[in-house]
Write a protein that binds this ligand. Structure first.
Ligand SMILES: [Zn+2]
Length: 228
């Protein structure tokens, strides 16, 4: 996901002639910061154009390279992403986001060949990682940091769009005493929030083939009951 390593990866993929680095909607190509992901066709606002998939890890299980490329899905739970999310750059003015934790969805109409960008802060709630932002958008915040450090109006905007990882939005809602359901609080209390998300995403470790997108789609359509 972060560009210092992505440049090396794009070279390796080119040598290996890795055909998995594209889908019918997205392709790997030069982006605004090294390499990135671009649209192979017009993508309408609200359309799912890819999925976050890959091995689940905890912080202490990752190497520094893996850690800098991982996407947070729980308090101490990360996905080592595959294409396309691995190569998607950050922007403070994103055109896409992760909906239902794993679905890459357009939040406005995206044109053919336009770069897909997300706001990394919608997946960050960990208190030990920041990076300078080079997106150069007029609204650039200069630094990419945790969701709770975003301006409150922007937090609400992203929550309303449904593109904040659920482990964050649930904590956010709990801390602000609104919208957190009694069920969420009961699950967190009974299982502990960490094991809840580990169980929720455990299917990712069983699914490592390109067909994983279909599997993830079925999981999202029929969400895993964390109490089972
Ligand atoms: Zn920025």
């Amino acid at each position: 996901m972060y560009l210092n390593t992505s440049r090396m990866v794009i070279a390796r993929l080119t040598r290996m002639n890795d055909t998995t680095a594209q889908t019918d909607k997205l392709y790997l190509a030069p982006g605004h910061l090294g390499c990135g992901v671009r649209a192979r066709k017009s993508i309408a606002k609200g359309e799912v154009c890819g999925y976050l998939s890959g091995k689940l890890i905890r912080v202490q299980e990752s190497t520094s390279t893996e850690g800098s490329n991982s996407v947070q899905v729980g308090p101490d739970l990360y996905v080592l992403p595959k294409f396309p999310v691995l190569y998607i750059n950050h922007s403070c003015s994103p055109n896409a986001g992760l909906s239902h934790d794993l679905s890459l969805v357009a939040i406005r109409d995206i044109h053919l060949d336009e770069e897909i960008v997300i706001d990394y802060s919608t997946t960050m709630f960990e208190k030990h990682f920041t990076m300078d932002c080079l997106c150069k958008e007029p609204v650039c915040r200069q630094v990419i940091e945790d969701f709770d450090l975003l301006p409150e109006a922007l937090q609400q905007h992203y929550i309303d769009l449904g593109i904040v990882q659920s482990f964050i939005s649930e904590q956010y809602d709990t801390r602000n005493n609104h919208a957190a359901s009694g069920l969420v609080k009961a699950i967190n209390a009974e299982l502990g929030i960490e094991s809840k998300y580990r169980k929720k995403f455990s299917f990712l470790n069983r699914e490592t083939t390109p067909a994983g997108d279909v599997h993830i789609r079925s999981q999202i359509d029929s969400p895993v009951n964390p109490l089972r």
